[in-house]
Design a protein around this ligand. Structure first.
Ligand SMILES: [Zn+2]
Length: 424
């Protein structure tokens, strides 16, 4: 053993207990996403020495984050160990199973969790629809401390069935994600009082739109809403959510140029600051941007608007395009400072109308993010160059331009660095 090794071994083994616990805790995070933590600090450091083991096992708070992939029955043993070692502390549990997994480990884990439901702080389950009955014991129980609930059901085929869980109440629930299966609506009133984040993804359920609209009216603190559902257009389909700041929706990409304005008009959300819509087409955006008002909706606080197309379309070949954006510009979105267009057809027309030689000045627009479809890439780049040129000739400011050639994923525009960034 070298001197260096002796020093570092001595340094580690002489760590005060409190510092050791703090180091283990610092190595943990409480996310519910997979893959699980690669380095489970409580697990690995408790095997370093007997003293480490005693200290770490004697700190129940270090055993409260349970994240397990349910391949085999060892997952049940591990879960039981964490449930025991966490003593009376609140626990955060993330389980992942799926259609290729055996059902035994999932059922075993859920059975073990049930007696600890009072301690649940987070419960995140990804599972196959085949094993949906394993959730039945959770239907009528109360989860007094549950703050985060996420249920993702893969390959579920029964459109009419809905999931009912914690119907005796979840009075501290703040975030809820139900994906792949209908949630029994309305949920108990105690669910809605503290709900701030709601994500609902289920594209087959009929009449879900209206039920969700009725539910969100009961959520006075809701700030974040993500909906991927079937859309209906009735009076009952309108969402009135005065507190909402963030909205993400998906629309079917087969609809006509008036569909987008009809969808947007479903949201009476005057405090909305960020709006992301998946599945749009360029002609729909033109129609929306030319509106001066909508019957039900206004967006006085909207600063960021993003339009993301999931699939490539042939609109440029099929639709003769002669629209242009009329004055007053973006009357419906007076506070808009960031516009994002990803994979949108007619992006070059939009750039020309929004920023080209005959466009209006946009004093509030600070950032434009563009990721054109491959087949119109050159046309978009030419429109950008023309727009920059004409703005500089008129001595008008041009927004910061973030230009992506391609994106690894549709979400990449949110965190990644663009290929070209222009400040003028
Ligand atoms: Zn299109």
């Amino acid at each position: 053993m070298t001197n260096q090794d002796q020093i570092s071994t001595r340094t580690i083994s002489s760590l005060p207990n409190e510092l050791l616990v703090a180091i283990v805790a610092a190595g943990q995070d409480c996310g519910t996403d997979f893959p699980p933590r690669a380095f489970k600090s409580e697990w690995i450091l408790s095997q370093v020495s007997q003293r480490f083991r005693d200290v770490i096992l004697g700190a129940p708070a270090l055993w409260t984050l349970i994240q397990t992939d349910l391949y085999d029955l060892r997952a049940v043993e591990t879960l039981m160990l964490y449930l025991e070692r966490s003593a009376a502390h609140k626990i955060s549990i993330t389980l992942r199973s799926g259609s290729q997994y055996p059902e035994g480990p999932l059922r075993g884990c859920l059975t073990q969790i049930l007696p600890h439901v009072e301690r649940l702080w987070t419960l995140a389950i990804t599972m196959s629809g085949r094993a949906i009955d394993a959730l039945a014991p959770f239907r009528d129980v109360q989860a007094p401390h549950l703050q985060h609930l996420k249920v993702v059901i893969t390959n579920y085929r029964n459109n009419n069935e809905s999931i009912e869980i914690f119907s005796a109440g979840a009075p501290t629930l703040s975030s809820l994600r139900i994906d792949g299966l209908k949630l029994q609506l309305p949920p108990p009133p105690s669910w809605m009082a503290s709900l701030t984040h709601l994500e609902v993804l289920e594209r087959r359920a009929l009449d879900y739109n209206n039920l969700l609209a009725a539910m969100t009216v009961q959520c006075p603190l809701l700030v974040h809403l993500h909906l991927d559902i079937l859309w209906e257009f009735e009076e009952a389909s309108h969402f009135h959510i005065p507190s909402l700041k963030f909205l993400q929706i998906s629309v079917p990409d087969t609809e006509d140029e008036f569909f987008l304005e009809a969808i947007v008009d479903l949201f009476d959300t005057p405090a909305l600051e960020e709006f992301i819509i998946y599945g749009t087409h360029g002609d729909q955006i033109f129609t929306l941007f030319n509106l001066t008002s909508l019957p039900h909706s206004s967006f006085p606080a909207l600063t960021s608007f993003s339009f993301i197309s999931k699939t490539s379309c042939s609109c440029e070949k099929d639709i003769p395009f002669s629209n242009s954006i009329s004055a007053p510009p973006l009357a419906l979105f007076p506070a808009l400072s960031s516009l994002t267009l990803v994979n949108q057809c007619f992006t070059h027309n939009l750039v020309k109308d929004l920023f080209g030689p005959s466009s209006q000045p946009w004093p509030r627009l600070e950032t434009v993010t563009l990721c054109p479809k491959k087949d119109i890439f050159d046309a978009v780049w030419d429109a950008v160059k023309d727009a920059v040129h004409s703005k500089s000739q008129r001595r008008e400011p041009f927004p910061r331009l973030r230009f992506f050639r391609t994106l690894a994923s549709l979400e990449a525009w949110q965190g990644n660095e663009p290929d070209v960034e222009m400040f003028l």
